[in-house]
Structures are given as C-alpha cells and as structure tokens.
Design a protein around this ligand. Structure first.
Ligand code: SME
Length: 169
C-alpha cells in the first residue's frame, strides 16, 4: 500500500517535471525565433527557420515539417527528419483532418487513427497544426511526428499554435 502510493506520487511528480521542462524549452524556442525571424520577411525562409529550431531544440521530434495546401492538394514543404511522402492522398490522414476540421489534431497513437498515412513506420504519435496567413486562411499545416507514444499534449497545442502565428505578419 505504502509502496503503491509512493509510486503513484512519483509518477505524477515526474509528469509535472516533464511538463515544466517542455514549457521551458518552448519558451527558449520562441525567444530565439523572435530574434531569428526579425532577419527576414520571406515567409518560406521563416517557415524553414521554425522547423530547424523546433526539430533540434525539442525532445522527441522525429519528423518536423509542413504540408502546403495548394488547391485540393497537400504538398510537402520544408522539413527535417527522414524522407517523407511528397503529397498526401486527398481527404485521408491526420493532415487532411486538421485542414477539414480547421483545428489542431493531437494523435496519441497513430495506429488507432483511421486512415493515418504512415510516411515512416517508426512514427507512434503526431500533432498537426494549421498554419494561417494574415487573412486567417489555412495555407499549410505544421506536422510533427514522434517515435514516442503520446508525445504531444495540450502544452504542444498551445505552444505550437503561438509559434505558427509568428510566421506571417
Ligand atoms: N501522418 C500524416 C502524413 C505525413 S507524415 O506524418 C510526414 C498524415 O496522416 O496525414
């Protein structure tokens, strides 16, 4: 009994520590982005910078990149990580779901997401965040895959939504 109470408490503390670490990392990334993005008004350059920073500064980001919404096509943009699908089958998978529902989608276990498109079999969890231009129109999605189960949560949603807002001005 004492042991199980102790274990439960420790797990909760560990989760809190992980969450705090994640928030601190995002805060450092946003600070760095503010400096770096002041160097160029080119949206493609800014998008690429966001990806490089996120991919190398955050923990567990296995594939980090964009799919551009070109008419009724989702076409890959700047990314870091293993080679990915260049175009996504229309209406299928997590990225199209984020576009169609007009909101961020967090997938704890990609194997349980109907129609998930696996560009790399090592991916276990995923988050997809719509990227909007200044007219609030979705022009792309930010897609991040992790080899860890359940790597993304409400902290990632809030932080990444703030970060994609930094691209266009
Ligand atoms: N899993 C995505 C496809 C893109 S890859 O993750 C890089 C999807 O289901 O839309």
């Amino acid at each position: 009994m004492t042991h199980s109470v102790f274990t439960g408490g420790k797990q909760n503390r560990d989760l809190m520590v992980d969450k705090e670490k994640k928030i601190k990392r995002y805060s450092r990334v946003r600070k760095q982005l503010t400096e770096l993005l002041s160097e160029s008004d080119d949206s493609l350059a800014r998008m690429a910078t966001v990806i490089a920073l996120l991919h190398h500064k955050m923990e567990g980001f296995f594939w980090t990149g964009y799919y551009f919404l070109h008419g009724d096509r989702l076409v890959v943009g700047p990314y870091q990580g293993p080679v990915a699908c260049q175009e996504l089958e229309k209406g299928k998978g997590v990225c199209w779901t984020a576009v169609n529902r007009d909101k961020t989608i967090v997938v704890e276990d990609v194997h349980k997401f109907p129609g998930h498109i696996a560009c790399d079999a090592r991916s276990e969890s995923e988050i997809v965040v719509p990227v909007r231009d200044k007219k609030n129109k979705i022009v792309a999605v930010l897609d991040i895959d992790s080899t860890r189960h359940g790597n993304f949560d409400e902290t990632d949603t809030a932080e990444l939504e703030k970060i994609v807002e930094m691209i266009f001005y």
